[in-house]
Design a protein around this ligand. Structure first.
Ligand code: CA2
Length: 144
């Protein structure tokens, strides 16, 4: 079982600003949580990727085909805008879990639309960085 964790724009800024919304842990801690959860749930490998660029996120999803068994994705702002990311997830057909650090449904109305979520079998939202661990648990259950 191999998992790819994908993070979208500005998530590399975690811990630097807006701690009231996204917490005070930084991006390295997010990576650590994912790698640790991967071991805990029996993944042979977990790769954690981040980009601020939509096309790079699409490329990474495509490259996952035949390499990874599932995807955990926080497309960040592209959640609410990107049909390209939705299409890439559909194209590779890998089981995917959508994760958000904040509770997007309790925020602005524009955050309540998720294109990527239409290609995901589950969504985790509002659990902070612990949500990544939860998402990997859901993915492991699905793959077993
Ligand atoms: O709650 C989430 O995980 C989001 O995907 C985060 C995105 C936001 O656009 C989504 O609506 C919900 C924003 C990520 C930006 O992260 C920052 C971290 C620190 C400082 C500023 C932004």
């Amino acid at each position: 079982m191999k998992a790819l964790v994908i993070n979208g724009p500005n998530l590399n800024m975690l811990g630097i600003r807006e701690p009231d919304i996204y917490g005070s842990q930084n991006y390295s801690e997010l990576e650590h949580i994912c790698l640790h959860a991967g071991q805990e749930y029996g993944f042979e490998a977990v790769e954690v990727f981040q980009s601020n660029h939509e096309g790079a996120l699409v490329d990474k999803i495509q490259e996952a085909y035949g390499v990874f068994d599932g995807i955990v994705i926080n497309p960040a702002a592209y959640t609410h805008t990107s049909v390209a990311i939705l299409d890439a997830l559909k194209a590779v057909g890998l089981p995917a879990v959508e994760v958000h650090i904040s509770d997007v449904d309790a925020r602005e109305s524009f955050r309540q639309v998720s294109y990527a979520g239409m290609a995901c079998f589950e969504r985790v939202s509002g659990e902070g960085l612990a949500g990544y661990r939860h998402a990997l648990a859901l993915l492991a259950d699905r793959l077993k």
